[in-house]
Design a protein around this ligand. Structure first.
Ligand SMILES: Cc1cc2nc3c(=O)[nH]c(=O)nc-3n(C[C@H](O)[C@H](O)[C@H](O)COP(=O)(O)OP(=O)(O)OC[C@H]3O[C@@H](n4cnc5c(N)ncnc54)[C@H](O)[C@@H]3O)c2cc1C
Ligand code: FES
Length: 509
């Protein structure tokens, strides 16, 4: 739904409201001249902006005000209330701003404000002659968009082995796979965006070698592309099963749009699917295939789905939720062979005309390894996301960075982190020296239940549960030696945002 295309509610803000009806620190949804408007009073100023997040239309009125910014409750995008700019991914487009006046005890919203297309208050420190981005996913796209947003005007080349223009990867296992949204929602931008912004995007181009001495990347067709600054954002690839029959046409993995389309095509003629792996992606696929009315079996070695990341209570809940929707679990076992039946190690056999394998991913590190960059279960980067080679940066699923919150070098596979790292790397390629210090965040969606997770907890010795997990109203605090390192929540969006801010403040202090 486009911005403002909602049923209008609340007061007519063009006519005005009494000043005292909007206390400091409060938000109010109303309308002006036929558009929904969010009125915000914060830090002794009043702002009028769109109430809809430009990512997936999240209700900003239910978000969190931090000084002159508002954070979206759904996936933690952050907008500047003064300019509307999307300061933090996953939103990339600004929200609309209106003029607002507080006079004679009344607040009134006026006309829509002209919004700068570019961030005008930042001047690039360095102006490299040419930047090359390897990878057209979350990190690569967000970097390119940010480079142009802050006014970088020189050559910008984006090379991506994917044949499609950059797209919204999280949707590939959720609404798009379930058939709930059309294809139009999937691309992050259409071709005209790249043309208008002078981003030389080359889909279907695979980089096979980095020539650090010549400052060039080598493409599979033999072509060479020179760079002054290079961003590696090649993401991760699915781990494949190696059991007999795993190479057949009806056995799929899911990473790309082409993979999702192949599963959709197969689902149209299939009756029974086996999903191997009770990971986020595996279970999202299970939910989407149930929406397409397939019988779905999930096979995984775990005792409970996602217990390693979310703990036993959430694991039990997720299992019960999927069972309510008809998913059949085969846990504590693995597949040992596949033909038109999946044979399990526990002796069971499940008929399947579609198999989707979701058993994890591994970062694509070959380019970095072969070029001699420092690699440590990911490309090792410093706090500015620069690799061991000066001028070469890495972001997203491939990067292992010094996370100030956990105090460890971590690598995660989260959409929002990849985009934000792409944005930070973009600024640092222009010499800004902006440390990447944001709190990791991810979300996952199962039917109508979203799970939000902030922080990073590889291990914990206590999970403090507030609320009722089975009633889908809970906050789980993962503690290591008494300190909260991560917070997972269901339908407690404000608490999730507050936990993020608390973690930010802890590090800042
Ligand atoms: C189906 C699915 C659903 C997901 N859902 C969620 C979710 O709900 N929430 C969440 O937080 N995360 C989710 N994720 C994870 C998230 O999508 C990733 O963390 C994110 O995409 C990582 O971004 P990236 O830029 O590092 O890599 P990618 O987005 O994978 O992009 C890598 C790009 O590099 C290109 N490439 C690779 N090698 C080369 C080469 N040699 N030359 C040129 N190009 C190359 C690829 O074609 C691709 O375009 C999901 C992932 C998948 C697959
Ligand atoms: S809907 Fe706002 S961040 Fe996703």
């Amino acid at each position: 739904m486009a911005e403002g295309e909602t049923k209008l509610t609340g007061p007519d803000l063009a006519k005005g409201i009494p000043f005292e009806s909007l206390p400091d620190g409060q938000m109010l949804v109303g309308h002006a001249n036929g558009k929904a408007v969010l009125l915000v009073r914060t830090a002794r100023e009043i702002f009028a902006v769109s109430p809809h997040c430009t990512h997936y239309n999240g209700p900003l009125a239910e978000g969190l005000l931090i000084s002159k910014t508002v954070r979206c409750p759904w996936h933690h995008a952050c907008f500047d209330l003064r300019t509307g700019e999307a300061l933090r991914a996953p939103a990339l487009n600004p929200i609309t701003c209106w003029e607002v006046a507080a006079r004679d005890g009344w607040i009134k919203v006026g006309k829509k404000r002209e919004q700068p297309q570019r961030r005008t208050h930042v001047e690039p420190v360095a102006k490299p002659e040419g930047i090359v981005i390897v990878g057209g996913g979350a990190a690569g796209f967000a970097a390119a968009e940010m480079l142009r947003r802050v006014g970088y005007e020189n050559s910008l080349v984006m090379l991506s082995s994917d044949a499609a223009l950059p797209y919204d990867r999280p949707n590939l296992s959720k609404d798009y796979l379930a058939g709930a949204i059309p294809f139009d929602y999937v691309p992050l931008r259409d071709q005209s965006f790249y043309e208008e912004n002078g981003i030389e995007i080359q889909p279907g181009k695979t980089v096979v070698e980095l020539d650090l001495r010549a400052h060039e990347v080598l493409l599979s067709g033999g072509e060479r592309v020179g760079y002054d600054r290079l961003l590696l954002a090649t993401g991760a690839e699915p781990v494949c099963l190696t059991i007999p029959g795993a190479d057949q046409l009806h056995v799929h993995t899911l990473r790309s749009l082409a993979d999702s389309n192949a599963i959709i095509a197969a689902a149209k003629t299939s009756k029974q699917a086996v999903v191997v792996g009770a990971s986020f992606i595996g279970l999202e696929v299970a939910a989407s295939l149930r929406a397409r009315k397939l019988e779905v079996h999930v096979v995984a070695p775990d005792k409970r789905p996602m217990e390693r990341i979310l703990g036993p209570d959430m694991g039990d809940f997720i299992r019960a939720l999927h069972e309510e929707h008809g998913v059949i679990f085969h846990l504590e076992t693995k597949p040992k062979a596949i033909d038109n039946v999946v044979y399990l190690e526990n002796g069971s056999m499940i008929e399947a005309d579609l198999v989707v394998v979701g058993i994890g991913v591994r970062p694509r590190l070959e380019l970095a390894k072969n070029a001699g960059l420092r690699v440590d279960r990911g490309i090792a980067v410093d706090k500015y996301l620069e690799t061991s080679a000066q001028g070469i940066f890495a972001a997203g699923d491939i990067a292992r960075w010094p996370d100030p919150h956990s105090g460890e070098n971590i690598r995660v596979e989260h959409w929002v982190v990849a985009e934000r790292q792409g944005q930070a790397a973009a600024l640092n390629m222009l010499g800004e020296r902006a440390p990447f210090d944001q709190v990791p965040f991810f979300w996952s969606q199962h039917y109508d239940v979203p799970i939000n997770y902030v922080g990073h907890a590889e291990t914990w010795n206590e999970i403090q549960i507030d609320g009722d997990v089975m009633k889908k109203d809970c906050t789980l605090r993962f503690k290591h030696n008494g300190r909260v390192t991560a917070v997972a929540s269901i339908f407690r969006d404000l608490e999730s945002l507050q936990a993020e801010v608390a973690m930010e403040r802890e590090v800042a202090a």
